[in-house]
Design a protein around this ligand. Structure first.
Ligand code: GLN
Ligand code: ZN
Length: 783
């Protein structure tokens, strides 16, 4: 019999119970025991759901109160010394101090989990550190699941992935840096270690960490666990040779007489490059992601060892669409013939990245709903595939027919396919989206039109989203505040923001974005081809969940989205009001994207919709328009060989949206980071007249890349760290600009904060911007 299983289930709960439990615990409304008991209830429920969906094995250890990488660090005893862990079992206070900081210590660093919108706590390593089994959590949870009479399959982050995703830290530097709040600088992550930091190679820790893994496996064997899932998604990245070699020796070391069988799980991309190594590995099975990389199957099927299981992920764990079961079965056919019972079927990866249960979406129309599948439904799909393989397709004829009908309706529905959009895309042909004139011509035209001073000042868009603004929006949604009154309230807010910027003397003001709940949702709600769920939450990090829009059909813009607000704001000032849009790549990146056409095609459709908005803004007299692309870099594929293609369509999508701007209309873009080292050519290819980036936290160091590359257009390097409530002084901002002037020609520099101000309070923003404007005056006087 082919077994069906899942690699992981969402932890947040149908009604976001985990978030509520955590926040109650953090605010001391409930105690630890209550938190743990609510968490246990969630785990129980999730296991029972998985069992009733027909899973033969259920994952254990995938549940976490915050993050599974952090749990792994605790299990391995990898606690940075600054948290004062004295040995024994890692307690909840230490766990949350690492996750969120404590009264005396900042939190550990957090970063994106591969190319997902999930963020994990980055393990910290120092030279000579010891690892010791320091948590009973996994074993306790295995007991819980065994008590339910289910087959537990514990899940661990594998040693290679665990070490690869961590960072080396210099303990001596830590003490020194702490004073300056510059933790990250003491890290040396593989390549490009900052000069002056004593570095070691974290791979040298492998022999120290393996005994703990061995101990865990031995304990699990004693408990009667038959299978353990060890996740090694790092294999889908471009791993250096020594790391691949280390993989072989690591799993040799872990092979003991008494251990459970190991299923080595890979996902998010192809591991075909390592096919031979994986086949030779002393593990009992391998899992492959056939959604992201179906073509890798052949490399594994040829000479697949006769004693190994092959688990194939054919149901998309990263997206919300109902599976094409016929296609999945066809893909599995050769594997089933060759492997028989040694073929397992699963979602492509952990379901952590999809919402919990479609059944809760009672407000979606039946047709749209029939195209979707959330975690629970995905397990149903896996189970149907399993039954088709084990009992023949006749046994699930009805289910297959229903899936087939959904696929067919998606292929032909006029809600999805809009001929006008298709025609517009065809019309684009090979158009690369270039503006009419090259940058120097545009720059001259813009200077003549706007007559801005040197070092013009601006902001990134949003101003404080006060409780009153949020309340008005909520009331309007509930129908307690009429649209007319809501509009009046927002206009009052805009008037206030414009007046304040006039008073401050900001050269290029903004309207402040009070009307926006979220920079993607705001546009998604007004574009055709988008849908929104009520409960479609996925974990972003800790207790922070996001509810991404669904892009289900051809995208177009029925009516203007921002024009009225911008026009109103412009009517209040003589200064050039900056219009504010979200760019195509960012809208794509922060949504669930349709899978029936290439991402780049969807990006182009969004680009054309944004272009329509650009046109209308220009017609309404707006001369400066910012198209935000904060998610541009995170769209990069996992493997470098795929970067070129992505960057080409991503920069083209941006250009297509900005292309129609005449020479004297100034296009800005904004990105919330400044690690552009390896993608600067693609940033330059976007050809925005002005780019604003985050540089204040790196003391402008990151600007060097722009200088070395000779970045041709104008740049606004952030001088004010908006992530902190601190108000930077005039001297500090002048100092930062002095550094910028050394590497970028003065006439191309702008002065602005790092990012939008929506999370700040007015009491912080007003003095900070006052200082910023004063800094601009002083910098102008000096240059
Ligand atoms: N214009 C947006 C704002 O200021 C940009 C936000 C972002 O870059 N994430 O809020
Ligand atoms: Zn930003």
């Amino acid at each position: 019999m082919t077994s069906v299983h899942s690699l992981g289930f969402p932890r947040i709960g149908h009604k976001r119970e985990l978030k509520k439990a955590l926040e109650s615990f953090w605010s001391r409304e409930i105690d630890e025991q209550e938190l743990q008991s609510r968490a246990a209830q969630l785990r129980d429920r999730h296991w029972q759901i998985q069992q009733s969906c027909g899973m033969d094995l259920v994952p254990v250890g995938d549940f976490s109160l915050y993050d599974h990488m952090l749990d792994m660090s605790c299990t391995l005893g990898a606690i940075p010394p600054r948290y004062g862990f004295a040995g024994g079992q890692v307690g909840l206070d230490t766990f949350f101090a690492m996750a969120r900081g404590s009264a005396t210590q900042p939190a550990m660093e957090m970063t994106k989990w591969f190319d997902a919108n999930y963020h994990f706590i980055v393990p910290e390593f120092h030279e000579g550190m010891d690892f010791r089994l320091s948590s009973e959590r996994l074993f306790d949870q295995v007991k819980e699941v065994q008590a339910l009479g289910l087959q537990a399959k514990p899940v661990l982050v594998g040693p290679i992935t665990y070490l690869w995703l961590g960072k080396e830290k210099d303990l001596n530097a830590e003490a020194h840096h702490e004073a300056q709040h510059h933790h990250d600088d003491s890290a040396c992550h593989g390549h490009g270690a900052p000069v002056g930091t004593a570095c070691f190679d974290r791979l040298t820790l492998l022999p120290k960490v393996l005994p703990v893994y061995a101990e865990i496996l031995a304990r699990l064997a004693e408990m009667g666990v038959e299978w353990v899932q060890i996740d090694e998604p790092a294999l889908a990245l471009d791993l250096p040779q020594e790391w691949v070699k280390a993989l072989e020796s690591a799993y040799q070391t872990l092979r003991r007489d008494k251990t459970p069988k190991v299923l080595l799980a890979t996902y998010f991309d192809s591991v075909a490059d390592h096919a031979n190594a994986l086949k030779a590995l002393p593990v009992a099975g391998v899992h492959l992601d056939l959604r992201r990389a179906p073509q890798q199957l052949n490399s594994f099927l040829s000479d697949y060892p006769a004693d190994k299981v092959l688990s194939l992920g054919v149901v998309d764990g990263r997206n919300v669409w109902r599976a094409d079961l016929d296609a999945a079965l066809e893909l599995l056919q050769p594997a089933h013939q060759q492997l028989g019972d040694r073929l397992w079927v699963a979602p492509s990866c952990s379901l952590l990245h999809t919402p919990v249960d479609l059944e809760q979406e009672t407000e979606l129309d039946a047709e749209l709903k029939s195209w979707l599948s959330f975690s629970v439904q995905k397990l149903d799909e896996v189970a149907i595939i399993g039954r088709a393989l084990n009992e023949g397709v006749e046994s699930v004829a009805q289910e297959l027919a229903a899936a087939r009908a959904a696929v067919a309706s998606r292929k032909s529905s006029p809600r999805i396919h809009n001929p006008a959009v298709a025609q517009r895309l065809e019309g684009l042909g090979q158009d690369d989206g270039r503006r009419k004139s090259p940058f120097p011509t545009r720059e001259a035209a813009q200077r003549a039109r706007f007559k801005l001073p040197a070092f013009p000042t601006t902001s990134i868009g949003s101003f404080p989203q006060t409780p009153e603004i949020r309340k008005a929006r909520l009331q309007n949604r509930k129908g307690e505040l009429s649209n007319a009154d809501y509009q009046k309230a927002m206009e009052a807010e805009i008037a206030l923001v414009v007046k304040e910027q006039e008073r401050l003397g900001i050269d290029v003001p903004v309207h402040g974005e009070p009307e926006r709940n979220d920079m993607v949702e705001y546009f998604g709600e007004q574009l055709a081809g988008f849908a929104f769920t009520r409960h479609g939450w996925v974990q972003s990090y800790g207790s922070r969940y996001v509810k991404p829009p669904l892009i289900f059909g051809d995208v177009s813009r029925p009516t203007p989205m921002t024009v009225a607000w911008s026009k109103y704001a412009q009517s209040l000032t003589q200064r050039p009001m900056k219009g504010m849009l979200t760019g195509p790549v960012t809208i794509l990146q922060w949504s669930f994207v349709r899978d029936d056409q290439p991402r780049e095609r969807t990006a182009l459709q969004i680009a054309l919709a944004i272009r329509d908005e650009v046109r209308d803004l220009i017609d309404a007299g707006i001369g400066i328009i910012q198209i935000d692309e904060p998610a541009y870099r995170e769209g990069l594929p996992l493997k470098r060989k795929d970067w070129g293609h992505y960057l080409e369509w991503a920069s083209r999508a941006f250009r297509i949206s900005a292309q129609i701007a005449p020479d004297d209309v100034q296009i800005h873009t904004h990105m919330c980071y400044s690690e552009f080292n390896d993608i600067l050519p693609a940033i330059a290819a976007m050809d925005a007249d002005v780019i604003t980036i985050e540089t204040s936290r790196s003391q402008m160091e990151l600007l060097d890349a722009f200088a070395t590359f000779n970045y041709p257009n104008e740049i606004g390097p952030g001088v004010y760290d908006i992530h902190s409530p601190r108000v930077p002084s005039v001297e500090e901002m002048v100092g930062l600009m002095e550094k910028a002037v050394k590497v970028v020609p003065a006439e191309r520099l702008w002065i602005n904060p790092d990012c939008g101000l929506k999370t700040r309070k007015w009491a912080e923003v007003t003095p900070a911007l006052e200082n910023m404007v004063e800094a601009a005056r002083q910098v102008r006087a000096r240059h």
